[in-house]
Structure formats: structure tokens, C-alpha cells
Design a protein around this ligand. Structure first.
Ligand SMILES: NC(=O)c1ccc[n+]([C@@H]2O[C@H](COP(=O)([O-])OP(=O)(O)OC[C@H]3O[C@@H](n4cnc5c(N)ncnc54)[C@H](O)[C@@H]3O)[C@@H](O)[C@H]2O)c1
Length: 682
């Protein structure tokens, strides 16, 4: 009988489907399961064993007889811990039913795995209650989410249930035990019922020790689902599949507590989850555990870390494997770089992956957020995890990729704004990751077809920017010698909504834009992505273009004192990765200049790798500079008075940020890659 069809009852009317719910840790349709079901039926005195087997078969055929991949076999030890759902005698909703109508976060008892059809008669008070009718409206998957549980699903079902069997049957409350507190919602109350020892038709019944009802104010480990006072259950994970225990997430391990990982950890903690941050650096771990952020430049991060640690929601450790062993979800956000020869350096990601795999439990969701070349999640990381853990992706654990697209310096604002792209190695992994991100982010969560699509989306987005900057640079070089005010021209062009020309500059730096095109080029065939390759070369060559312009303006750089302002790859971020400062310092050295560097975000020791004299802005050496190169225009430079530099002859504005007039007023030449040539005074 197809699901949703009505069976004729003895009175000729449509009879409700009656079910008995069995709560077990592990259950299955195998022979062992049926034997146990017979015992159950005999003890209840409902039917002889043979008839019961037939009913089980009926049920299999009528509901959904497909085998569930990864579904565990019945565990005899736990089978007797059964009965109906608390003393409310709630019964009848299968995990599938709950997931379809109420979303995956219904606190369906884990192991509410099997449903039997003990009787075709109508429910009577005091006997088994009826299962909610099949003709209740089905929620689309988009509503069958935690949000749907919060805002729509339950009232929706209540509103639409037509009722039968008298007043008790007129609402969903008939099947969900009554809320313990008004406003908390029946779902939460149902969860409480599951965990409470109850009367179970004479069967030995104990609560599942992993299920902890949460009443009253939220406590640690509880996840709100149905209003401010509602709370769910903390529970362990079982195997995957529709009959596995409900996917409740309470603990998240974040691997990599850098500029992106630490704000993410704080964000997850702010949503009520227990977060264990993992990093190789003991100093960072110690700092976080004392409530201090080791990342100073991120707006709101200090406060977020302090609050999360104070509330006991965030801890840090250097032991990734131990943290993963306690986690329901693992988010990996360690760096992936390219070496100077453009070879991709997987060492951090591979090391993190091994550490994760060693602690991985069945049922865990692993999400990589580190930007990866297309196919890496499936072809490199999945086999590595499987080899090390002995578990199978898709059957034993979920695996997804979700690129992090945040902009350092405004991460918490971006977390609320940017859609979160999610693609799993299979649809179940995508769903699971989407559920997780809907719980922890305020932004839209945007599932895509698979992990490869999500990987490519991030690479496409960053490569677009690299190529766009290259186009801006090429256009600027062409126009600057033709009496064009390039800045004004681009502004005018961009007033047309389809034009988004970026700003020309002396180079592109950072983890992302100069790096990710190489993730594409690495496996591109000859002739593929020629535009991307060309754009990369153009941008890499801009530092030389800028220094040559400065050289021309000064009439040579030999023995000139040149101050590089800002070592970071861009303004207001303490990050040297792929900073153009390295190329600038190198080119100046080669031209014979005496090079000084100033960046208030770094200590002199941190700038050691630049191989330049690190100076204070007020120092005699800095103020005696012949020329200044603006490499990163930090906010602290905005009020800089160029007249303080007594010998200043030229300023190379590498970022198009400086007011040319203020430079000229100081008696110096304004030099930029998009500006007409300006000679410095002797
Ligand atoms: N920085 C950005 O602006 C930005 C923006 C978007 C996306 N991302 C993505 O985030 C990734 C990380 O960027 P970030 O800026 O946070 O890097 P980061 O260098 O600031 O931090 C990385 C952290 O990972 C830790 N780490 C490295 N290997 C580890 C391991 N095996 N186990 C545990 N911890 C390990 C490091 O100690 C460091 O603290 C990037 O590679 C990129 O894919 C970065």
C-alpha cells in the first residue's frame, strides 16, 4: 500500500494507521530485529508472532521498504529499552516522517528507528495513539529545516490537521506530547519525554543515557530550536542514514585558528554550540584559553572571544585528534599556499586532514573551508580520511566543501551578509552541511550541486578579480600616456551598471587573489585559461612598472633613501603573505637604493624577512627619505603630512590612495602606474 493511502477500517471509514514505536539504539530489518519484535509483540499480547511478522512486512511495503544505506543492524542488548514515547504514548512518526515534515532537527528520539503496525483498528483512549495522518501537508525541503521548526512547521501542521477521534485528535499535540512550558513548543516537550523514564506498557524502559532533556534557561550543550527558551537534546551520533539517530550538533571542532578560523569559532560559539578550536601554535591556544584573541585587527573579535570563553563555549587545544573525537562537526580552515615555483603546497591541509581522520567518529560532518583546487575534497582528502580513519565517506561520515569568502577586517559583518556556498561529496553531505550552516550563520546558505562546484565557485570569484585588476592595469598603462585621467575615466565607465573595472595598482597580494588562479592553472591543459595566465603575469609585473616610473621621475634610484610605507599586502590587515612589499624591496635593492620599511602593524622582528631597515615614522632616517613608496595605505597614514619629509622628491602611490595635490604641495612629484609622467625636482 502506498504511503498516504487510507485503509478501510472496520466501520467502513478511513481508519488511521496505528503504529507502535520502538525506541532502540540500533535497529534493523534483519532477522534479529524481527525476532525481537516478536518478543515485543508477545509481551504486549497483541498478536501471535507470525501475524506480527506479517505486519512488519506490511509496514515495510507500505511505508518504505527500501534498505537504508549504512543502516545498522539491531542490537539485542538495547532492543528491550523500548516502548512508546513517554507516558504521553506518542507514537507513529518515523524519522523519515519527521524529517519530511518538520525538518531534520525534530528531537526525534535517536533510535526511534522502527515502526510496527500492530493493529489496523482505530486508536482508543488508553491504547496506542494513531500516527499523524498521511494526508498532512508535506513541507518542501526548504521549510523542513530548523527554521521551519521554529517558525512554520508546527503551527502549519496544527492548522491543517483536520482532526479525528474527538477533541484529542484535533491538533498535532495528539502526537507530540504537550509542551511543558507555553511557548517552548511541542517538539521540545517531546524531546523531554523521550529522555524521561516512563511507563511503557510493562516493558523495561530506561532513558537513553545520551539524551539529556533541557528545561528552563538554556544550558551548555543545548541547542535552541523553538523559541528563546526552547532547547534540544545533547546526544551522541550513530551511523548515517534516515534511521540513524537525529543529527544534533552540539560540538564543533575548528581546525586552524588564524584570521578566519578564530572569528568562525567565535561565531559558532555565539550560536550556542560548544567549540573546540585547534591550532599548532601553543601561544595562540594559550591566548584564546585565557579569553584573549591573538588576532588583533579584526573588528569585534576580541569581544567575541572573551565572551565565548567566559561562557565556556570556546576552548582551544593543540590536540586536533582529541578535539575531533568529541565533535559532531569539524571545520578545517588551515592555509593552502603556492610555492615560489607555483607548485601547490598541501602540507598544512594534509597534516590537518590526518589529525582529523585519527579522531573521526561515525556520524561526524567534516567541512573544508580552506580554498582548494577543483576536485581536492573528493580525490585527495576523502581517500586520506578514509585510509586513516577506516571509515567510509557517505556511509560513515559526511564530507563537504564550503569556501570561506570573508574579507579580513570585516569578518563578522560579512558573515551576516555573504551567502554561504555549500557542496558535499553526495547529496546527504550537502544537506547535512547546509543544516549546520543554517544553524550557525545569519546569512543565506546556498547549496550547490557538489563539492567540485563549491570549490570552483571560490576559484572563479577570486580569479575574476585577478583578471579584472589585470585589465585595469593594462588599460591604465595604455591610457596614462594619452593624456587620460584614468581614475576619472574608470569612474565614468563604471557608472554604466555592467562595468566593474577595478583599480590599477603596483601589485596584488595576500592569500587569495594572486594564489587561486594558480589552483586553476595547475591542471589546465595547454590553451585553457590563457586569459587567466596572462592576467597573472600582468599583475606580477606591476611592481616593476611602478619602480621604473619612480626611477625615471628621480633620474635614477642609486643611493636614494626610499621609504616603503606599509608592508602588509593591503591596508589595515596584518598579513605579509604574497605582499607586493617583497617585490618592491627587492627591485629597489637591485636599483641600488637604500631601503627602509615602516608598518605600524608589525614589530621589527616580524618584518625581518623583508631584508630592509625597519624604521619608525618619526625617526630621523624615515624623515630624511628622498622618496616614499605607498604599498599599503593603512588608516593610520591617512592624516600623514608629506611636508614632514624634509628631502622628499617623489611619492609612488602604489594603491591610488594618496591625494596628488597634497604630495605636490610638499614639493614632490606624484608618481603612479596610471598617472602621466611627473619629473621630481632636483
Ligand atoms: N585571510 C583571508 O583573508 C581569507 C579570506 C577568505 C578565505 N581564506 C581562507 O582561509 C584560509 C586560512 O586563512 P587565514 O587567514 O585564517 O590563515 P592564517 O595563516 O591566519 O591562519 C591559519 C592557522 O592555521 C594554523 N594551522 C596550520 N596548519 C595547521 C594544522 N595542521 N593543524 C592545525 N592548525 C594549523 C596556523 O597555525 C594558523 O594559526 C586560507 O588559506 C584561505 O583558504 C582566507
Amino acid at each position: 500500500m502506498a504511503r498516504g493511502q487510507r485503509r478501510p477500517g472496520g466501520d467502513g471509514r478511513a481508519a488511521p494507521d496505528l503504529f507502535q514505536v520502538r525506541i532502540s539504539h540500533l535497529s534493523g530489518h534483519g532477522r534479529a530485529g524481527r525476532g525481537a519484535e516478536q518478543q515485543l509483540a508477545q509481551r504486549r499480547g497483541h498478536r501471535p508472532p507470525g501475524a506480527h511478522r506479517r505486519r512488519v512486512r506490511d509496514h515495510d511495503q507500505s511505508l518504505d521498504a527500501r534498505p537504508f544505506p549504512g543502516r545498522p543492524r539491531l542490537d539485542h542488548r538495547h532492543h528491550a529499552w523500548c516502548g512508546q514515547l513517554g507516558d504521553q504514548r506518542f507514537a507513529g512518526a518515523t524519522p523519515r516522517w519527521c524529517a519530511a515534515r518538520l525538518g531534520p532537527h525534530l528531537p526525534h528520539p535517536r533510535g526511534l528507528a522502527d515502526v510496527q503496525r500492530p493493529s489496523r483498528r482505530r486508536s482508543r483512549p488508553g491504547r496506542l495513539p494513531a500516527r499523524p495522518p498521511d494526508h498532512l501537508p508535506q513541507l518542501p525541503p526548504s521549510q523542513a529545516s530548523p527554521r521551519a521548526v521554529d517558525g512554520h512547521a508546527v503551527p502549519h501542521l496544527r492548522d491543517h490537521h483536520p482532526g479525528r477521534g474527538g477533541a484529542r485528535g484535533r491538533s498535532l499535540d495528539r502526537w507530540l506530547p504537550a509542551p511543558a512550558h507555553p511557548g517552548r513548543g511541542a517538539i521540545v516537550a517531546a524531546a523531554d519525554q523521550v529522555a524521561r523514564p516512563g511507563r511503557h506498557a510493562g516493558l523495561p524502559c530506561r532513558p537513553d543515557p545520551r539524551l539529556q532533556p533541557v528545561r528552563g534557561p538554556l544550558r551548555r550543550g543545548a541547542v535552541p530550536v523553538a523559541g528563546p527558551r526552547a532547547a534540544l537534546l545533547r546526544a551522541d551520533h550513530g551511523a548515517l542514514g534516515p534511521h540513524s539517530r537525529a543529527p544534533l550538533v552540539t560540538t564543533v571542532a575548528v581546525v586552524g585558528l588564524g584570521k578566519i578560523g578564530l572569528p568562525l569559532a567565535a561565531q559558532f560559539a555565539s550560536k550556542g554550540l560548544d567549540v573546540i578550536g585547534c591550532d599548532l601554535q601553543p601561544e595562540a591556544v594559550a591566548s584564546i584559553n585565557s579569553g584573549r584573541s591573538h588576532i588583533r585587527e579584526e573588528a569585534g573579535l576580541e569581544e567575541a572571544v572573551r565572551t565565548a570563553v567566559a561562557h565556556g563555549r570556546l576552548k582551544a587545544t593543540t590536540d586536533t585528534t582529541a578535539a575531533v573525537a568529541k565533535a559532531d562537526v569539524v571545520v578545517v580552515i588551515v592555509p593552502l599556499m603556492v610555492e615560489p615555483d607555483r607548485k601547490i603546497d598541501y602540507r598544512s591541509v594534509d597534516a590537518a586532514t590526518l589529525a582529523v581522520a585519527r579522531g573521526l567518529r561515525r556520524g561526524t560532518l567534516v567541512v573544508y573551508e580552506t580554498t582548494l583546487p577543483v576536485g581536492t575534497t573528493r580525490q585527495r582528502l576523502k581517500p586520506a580520511i578514509e585510509r586513516e580513519s577506516g571509515l567510509t565517506a557517505g556511509a560513515d561520515f559526511h564530507l563537504a566543501f564550503s569556501p570561506e569568502r570573508l574579507y579580513a577586517g570585516r569578518i563578522f559583518a560579512d558573515l551576516r551578509k555573504y551567502p554561504k556556498i555549500v557542496g558535499g561529496i553526495d547529496p546527504a553531505s550537502t544537506d547535512k552541511a547546509v543544516d549546520f550552516y543554517r544553524k550557525v550563520l545569519d546569512a543565506e546558505v546556498w547549496p550547490v550541486e557538489n563539492a567540485e562546484t563549491a570549490e570552483f565557485a571560490k576559484l572563479a570569484e577570486t580569479t575574476y578579480r585577478d583578471v579584472n585588476i589585470a585589465l585595469a592595469n593594462q588599460l591604465a598603462l595604455y591610457a596614462a600616456g594619452r593624456h587620460v585621467n584614468v581614475g576619472q575615466a574608470f569612474k565614468a565607465a563604471n557608472s554604466q551598471p555592467f562595468s566593474h573595472i577595478h583599480r590599477p595598482s603596483i601589485g596584488v597580494g595576500g592569500h587569495c587573489i594572486p594564489v587561486y588562479p594558480h589552483f586553476l592553472l595547475d591542471d589546465a591543459a595547454d590553451g585553457e585559461l590563457s586569459l587567466v595566465r596572462d592576467g597573472r603575469q600582468t599583475n606580477d609585473g606591476m611592481a616593476r612598472v611602478g619602480i621604473e616610473a619612480l626611477d625615471r621621475s628621480l633620474g635614477g634610484l642609486r643611493s636614494r633613501r626610499v621609504l616603503v610605507l606599509g608592508a602588509s599586502y593591503r591596508e589595515d590587515v596584518k598579513e605579509l603573505a604574497f605582499s607586493t612589499a617583497f617585490a618592491i624591496v627587492d627591485l629597489l635593492h637591485r636599483a641600488g637604493a637604500n631601503v627602509m620599511v615602516h608598518d605600524p602593524l608589525f614589530t621589527p622582528a616580524e618584518l625581518f624577512a623583508l631584508e630592509a631597515e625597519v624604521v619608525d615614522l618619526d625617526s630621523e632616517a624615515a624623515l630624511s627619505a628622498d622618496a616614499v613608496v605607498v604599498q599599503a595605505w593603512h588608516s593610520s597614514f591617512h592624516e600623514l603630512d608629506w611636508r614632514r619629509f624634509k628631502s622628499l622628491r617623489a611619492v609612488l602611490d602604489g594603491r591610488g590612495s594618496v591625494d596628488p595635490q597634497s604630495v605636490r604641495e610638499a614639493g614632490a612629484a606624484y608618481v603612479a602606474v596610471d598617472a602621466p609622467r611627473e619629473e621630481a625636482s632636483a
